[in-house]
Write a protein that binds this ligand. Sequence first.
Ligand code: ADP
Ligand code: ASP
Ligand code: MG
Length: 406
Amino acid sequence: MGKGLMVQKFGGSSLANVERIQNVAKRIVSYKKKGYDLVVVVSALGDTTDELIKLANRINPEPSEREMDMLLSTGEQVSVALLAMAIHKLGYEAISFTGIQVGIITDSSHTRARIIKINTDKIKQELNNDKIVIVAGFQGVTFNQDITTLGRGGSDLTAVALAKELNAKECEIYTDVEGIYTTDPRIEPKARKLEAITYDEMLEMASLGAQVMQARSIEVAKKFNVPIHVRSSFSKKSGTMILREVKKMEDVVVSGVTVNKSEAKITVCNVPDRPGIAARIFKELAVHGISVDMIVQNVSHLRQTDISFTVDKIILPKVIKLTKQIAKDIKAGDVLQDEDIARVSIVGVGMKSHPGVAAKMFEALAENRINIEMISTSDISISCIIRKRFAELATRAIHKKFALAK
Ligand code: ADP
Ligand code: ASP
Ligand code: MG
């Protein structure tokens, strides 16, 4: 009698060279020996996706999104085949599939497609043949047979969606750190590994820059209550569980600190200060599918004001072009761009019931003479925009201020 089905996802860093691929194959086989049925999801090897993006940009700085998906989806196809071969070499049966082959059907929003449904027949059939099934992460296909991708880090989403659809007992995410930490352990070596974290906190941390899990994958996990175990592919230690609820001994006010350097700030100068203008700017951006992060409007002088907002750098050229047109239409002044910013944030569900959390964060920055340029808050997070060169210093200072270290 089998032990049930397990979905295991291995990130690019876990597959960066031949030895690592062999190592991953050994781990998978060890679970097969224990009696698990296995569906394995893999990312592209090492930095393949970044390299492919660079290559595309050298050919055309504004590549078509459809062609981008066609290109990027090749990375994961390499991984599934090599991993299947590595498992065969160990004497076990495995079969690889692309997202298209297993029928991961998505909408047609290229580079950030949403999963509509998954046909699991093919996977189930191969599991019945006692094979280890290896699926390419990050990719899907539209009803029109166009290849799509699920946004950066999208293999996490493939894994969670398959775990849900196949009713897996466990969904393991293998990466190059031992779990979810109080902050990126590469920035603060004293960061502490969390035993468990709630979907809500993980979602907030991921949205605010902790790239260890893709935010959308956590949304899906939360919606369908899929428990996730994030752990290292280089050790046997258990990692961090991501769950609906986590019992903590004491009130933890702040669970983690995140940093995000992938945003840019845009400022529209000398905007006429009258009702309806902000609505006009942001409606126009929304119509073009642009989601804006922080927004700040300065105090008005002489019936004119500056409005600043942040967007993901990837869409900066498009946003600048559009904003310049809007500025002209509403008779505003110059449009300035600034890529030299970083967002540092604190996240914690305990924040709701504790006053003074923001003040403490600002203090940590002040003590290090770091100027705050923009601030935004949610129920369970506070973010500050600062100069990019202070990102690491700020992260460590805030981490220390809230006593998050081991
Ligand atoms: P993979 O290739 O496995 O998908 P990623 O690079 O996407 O790996 O994510 C793992 C990285 O996330 C880690 O190497 C770490 O530097 C970074 N990271 C950022 N914030 C955190 C955090 N709070 N806890 C753990 N890792 C984090
Ligand atoms: N290879 C894709 C990326 O780098 C998907 C993933 O790694 O999850 O974004
Ligand atoms: Mg990742």
